[in-house]
Ligand binder design. Sequence first.
Ligand code: ZN
Length: 269
Amino acid sequence: MCNVEVMVEQPQYASVYEEPALTSEPPITRIDIAHLIRDPSKSTQIWEYPINQQDEIQRAYINLGPYQPLMSEYPLTGEKHPRWFQSYWFKSYPWLEYSKKNIVFCFLCYLFSSKPSGKPGSNTFTIKGFNCWKKVNDGERCAFLTHMGKGPNSAHRFATRCLEILKNQSCHIKKVVKRQTIQEIQNNWLRIKASIDIVCWLTFQACAFRGHDECPQSENRGNFLEMKELLASYNEQVGALVLGNAPQSAKYTSHQIQKEILHVFVRNV
Ligand SMILES: [Zn+2]
């Protein structure tokens, strides 16, 4: 006889810094995502985590992938016709997670299911766990296929779509960040190039760099800054990036920067 073990446990918070308070309010604690529990029978449901960290925890679990320990032998289940879990099922059903309690779960449904509705069987692959091995590979009635559902609106198919959307969003964000980074590098290069050309010109013309009053309201801010303003007025691209249009951390106009550029020239002459 096969057993479907009921693994309903009190919510355990995985690696939290503090014990959750026993109140109806969700605990406001930060979860240490570096130490998430891997065994699916012991892990906290996503919807039990603090709402502001659920997204981060989902992504952390996605990076880890489903928990699929490969063992030389899995424990037997049943007395009359003992059967055991087969590791090749991981390949046929990549969403499977195996618990050391000899029950399996669905990684996708774990990630994206909401609080159980109470409908019988709806939480078998998320909270209870499944180990009725004789129902696996039973043609169309295979329990794993039944869990996935035939139509596009099954909970499992919905979870699969959620994962695809999340992955696509991550790729898009990464691309945008990369594009912004490359653009920022090019902008900084143009800013420092203008400063280098000015230092070079002033040095070879034996002109002083600094002015007596270099504040933005000054009528004469000194040769270096005045020259930069002149370059900016002749070139829209430079004008859009230097002086007042440059970020505070990348102006490349300070006395220190001027000195450093000059020292590079000195070392190379
Ligand atoms: Zn599922």
